[in-house]
Design a protein around this ligand. Structure first.
Ligand code: F0G
Length: 455
């Protein structure tokens, strides 16, 4: 059959509270046109993030009931640890309350003033945790990946020559080489197995550990299976094990590819770093067999990890975004291509060419999607990245709007609805206006900035 169906039935539902366009106009005014300020029950389709928003399965909810809440040595920890090690066989698995906690612990040990941490592209919490220690985070993304039109199959790949050059000139300052799979900041683009292995080999040649930010490891493995020569007949868990076999450790947010609503971990092989990490964990997160999570959370993650590597799920998952992407392209809505694993990234700067970057075309599009259809998305552009530390502003290199798909939450008719909102918007796009910021904090302004529409 050609139709790729949702490979699940629905047993419990959450009602969507419908609102009118008039109501949404008033709500927008009330939150100063910042979608982070909305109450989520005023949102019809929430595509703000795929993080922590997954629908858990009946098996996961059953596992939650079996969660053991002992402070130390809970069987839930051992079930979690063995589920992680089944796919990522690291010697030490250290639970944390979410991904950024694992990053904070890792870089409290490996970071420090003057150090340089390269990656294909650091996610913003990773960058923030590196920079908070005085180290610098550098992105060494493949050149082809910077072109939103390029159909390169692995636009998350590291520029290996740039990595080699950095290590040749500054290896003493580099404590670790990172790789983010998939590359969220770059559009959910995958990294090939060949690139992972080659980057690890370069790191190891200079005696450096190689760590993977594995948030969307299963989606990445699916892309490897479907796009990388020689991988088509392999099982997803085998590809996953190959991805991590060359790594010395990983950070993980279980809020993505573990189908959990909270959780994460730091896993690694080095005994000394693991001991330092556990000491830090006890200070900031909790005892090493729960690390800031309840036993039931550890159980949900363990069950989620077994479900996420299912091929029928991954085929449906990636197809959902491709489907939306194809239909948007047919409407003439420019998007980042190929469509990534967890989201569709709309190129707002090209969709609204009459709105200059410093009038925030991404914000204008995101606000319009909410006003017209109650769809919440996220600007990734000049609002998010345009404020310099000295308080001046510059246009970001891109102005995108991310439509991130929660896992197993929305159906095809929800996707059709989102496309219809775009269809309507495409007709009136010339009438959309830019925004100006009337109030903003000094950092991470996108979360709390207040906007005003331009006349
Ligand atoms: N790494 C990547 C690649 C991420 O996408 C995220 C979170 C993190 C690390 C941090 O994990 O949220 O559990 O602390 N990304 C979310 C998003 C917030 O919306 O893309 P966390």
């Amino acid at each position: 059959m050609k139709t790729i169906i949702e490979p699940f039935r629905i047993k419990a539902v959450e009602p969507i509270r419908m609102t009118t366009r008039e109501q949404r106009r008033a709500l927008l005014q009330g939150v100063h046109y910042n979608l982070f300020g909305l109450h989520s029950d005023d949102v019809i389709i929430d595509l703000l993030t795929d993080s922590g928003t997954s629908a858990m399965s009946a098996a996961q909810w059953g596992a939650v009931m079996r969660g053991d809440e002992s402070y130390a040595g809970s069987p839930s920890f051992y079930e979690f640890e063995s589920a992680v090690r089944e796919l990522m066989p690291f010697r030490h698995v250290i639970p944390t309350h979410q991904g950024r906690a694992a990053e904070a612990i890792l870089f409290s040990i490996l970071g420090g003033t003057g150090r340089i941490v390269p990656s294909n592209t650091h996610f913003d919490t990773t960058r923030g945790n590196i920079e908070a220690t005085g180290a610098s985070a550098v992105d060494l993304l493949l050149e082809a990946a910077r072109d939103p039109e390029s159909l390169h199959p692995f636009k998350g790949n590291m520029d290996l020559a740039a990595l080699e050059a950095l290590l040749a000139s500054s290896h003493e300052q580099v404590p670790v080489v990172m790789m983010t799979v998939t590359n969220n900041a770059g559009g959910g683009q995958p990294v090939s197995l060949e690139n992972i292995q080659a980057a690890a080999a370069i790191a190891h040649r200079y005696g450096k550990p190689f760590f993977i930010d594995g948030c969307r490891f299963a989606e990445n493995a699916w892309f490897i299976k479907s796009r990388e020569p020689g991988q088509q007949d392999r099982a997803i868990p085998d590809i996953v094990r190959d991805m991590f076999a060359v790594a010395d450790g990983m950070t993980m947010s279980a809020k993505k590819d573990a189908f959990a609503n909270i959780g994460g971990w730091l896993a690694l092989n080095d005994d000394a770093i693991a001991a330092a990490a556990r000491n830090r964990l006890i200070l900031t997160e909790g005892f090493p067999t729960y690390g800031g999570l309840a036993g039931r959370d550890l159980m949900a993650i363990a069950a989620g990890l077994r479900e996420i590597v299912d091929e029928n799920y991954l085929r449906y998952r990636v197809r959902t975004n491709e489907y939306i992407g194809e239909r948007l392209l047919r409407l003439g809505v420019p998007i980042v291509r190929p469509v990534g694993g967890h989201a569709v990234f709309v190129d707002a700067r090209r969709f609204l060419p009459h709105i200059p970057p410093l009038q925030y075309p991404g914000q204008a599009l995101a606000v319009a999607l909410y006003e017209l259809g109650g769809v919440r998305s996220c600007e990734i552009g000049t609002v998010m990245f345009g404020l310099r530390p000295d308080g001046t502003e510059q246009a970001a290199s891109i102005d995108l709007v991310r439509l991130a798909m929660p896992r197993r939450v929305y159906t095809q008719s929800h996707a059709d609805y989102v496309v219809e909102v775009f269809e309507e918007l495409a007709r009136s796009r010339d009438s959309l206006r830019g925004y100006r910021i009337v109030k903003q904090p000094a950092q991470l302004r996108h979360f709390t900035a207040q906007f005003e529409p331009l006349a």
